[in-house]
Design a binder for this molecule. Sequence first.
Ligand SMILES: *Cc1c(COP(=O)(O)O)cnc(C)c1O
Length: 388
Amino acid sequence: MSTRKPATIAVRTGIESDTQYHAVVPPIYLSTNYGFPAFGEVPKYDYTRSGNPNRGLLEQALYELEGGQGAVITNCGTSALNLWVSAFIGPDDLIIAPNDCYGGTYRLFNTRANKGDFRVQFVDQCDDAALTEALAQKPKLILLETPSNPLVRVVDIEKVCQQAKQVGALVAVDNTFLTPVYQQPLSLGADFVIHSTTKYINGHSDVIGGVIISKTQEHAETLAWWANCIGASGTPFDSYMTLRGLRTLGPRMRSHEESSLKILSYLQSQKLIGAIYHPSLPTHPGHEIAKKQQSGFGSMLSFEFAGSYEELQQFVSRLKLFSLAESLGGVESLICHPATMTHRAMGEEALEKAGISLQLLRLSVGLEDADDLIADLDQSLNWVKENR
Ligand SMILES: *Cc1c(COP(=O)(O)O)cnc(C)c1O
C-alpha cells in the first residue's frame, strides 16, 4: 500500500469497500449510534463522536498519504492544533511557534498561554541563532509552518527535527500549503502533521475541517482519546465531502502550481509589482531548502504592490477573476490583503515583526485558465497605470 503514489492513494482509498450493496463509492453513514451485536460485545463504531466509517476512511487516506500510523479528523484546522496542545502540554511546558504563523494559530496559542494553560514563544524560525536560543529552554512542543503564511518562508524541517530530538521536544508541521503531494514532513523527522483540510485537501471551499496525523501508533491513540474526550471530531458529512475533494488532489496541486509559475513570470515583468515571494524564485531565501525538502514549490505566492496604498485598493477592486476573500487552496482564485484580513488579529507590532506590510498582497491561484488569470491581472494593472 505505502509504495503507492499520492494520487493513487487519494483516488483509491475506500473504493469498493461497501460490503452491503457493493457500491463503488463508499456510502455516507449519518447514524449517530451503532447497535451492539450482542450483550457486552463492543462494535467497531458505537457512537459518532468516538468514531464513524466516513471519518475512518478519510483518516486512512490522509495517514497513508503522509506516511503516518494514524490520524484524527477534527472539525477544523484550528481544533486540530488545539487538540495537539491539549493532549501533549501542561501548565509549565513551553511551545515554540513561528512568529509568522497563521493568524488563528497565533491567537489560539497566545490566548491559552495568557490563561496559564502553557507557555508559548513565537520565534523567527529562519533565524538559526533565535531558534537555538529557544531550543535551549527545552520546549515540549515545536510547531513549524513551512512554507509560512503569507510570506512563504521556508524552514529546514530535517534540521529542526534533529535539534528538537536532542532536547526531547515533539515536532508538528502545519503542511496546509503544500499537502503530502509536495511535502511529507514525517519522512523528514517530524512527529505530527497538521492540516487545515479546509484548504487544498478538500479544495472546493465548501467544507471546514482539519486533521492531525501521527508518526507513531501510540501518539495516534493518545490523540484519538483526547479528540473523543474534548469533542473535537469532524462530522460524517464533512468527511464524505472532504474525501470526495481529496480524490483529485494530485492533478489539482499540479495545475495550481503550473498556473502560479506562469503568473509569477508575468508579475516579474511589471513595474507596479515590487518584491515577490515564492519558493521557486532563486532569490527567495528558502529556495535551496525548498528544493531539498519539497517535491514542488506550491501555488501560494505574495508580493509587495509598488504603487500607492490607494492604487493597491483600486488594483484589487478592479480584478474580476480573483475574489477578495480569506482562505486559500480552492478551485477559485483569491486575492487577500493579509494586514486587514487574515492577519489583522496580530496587531501592528506583531505584523511589523513578521514583515507583513500594508503593501503586501497574497494570491491563491485557482484552477481557471492561467491565460485568463494573467489577462485579468493585466487589465487591472493597466487601469492603475493609465489613471495615475
Ligand atoms: C486556515 C489555516 C489554519 C486554520 O484552519 P481552519 O480550518 O480555518 O480552522 C491553520 N493553518 C494554516 C496554515 C491555515 O491556512
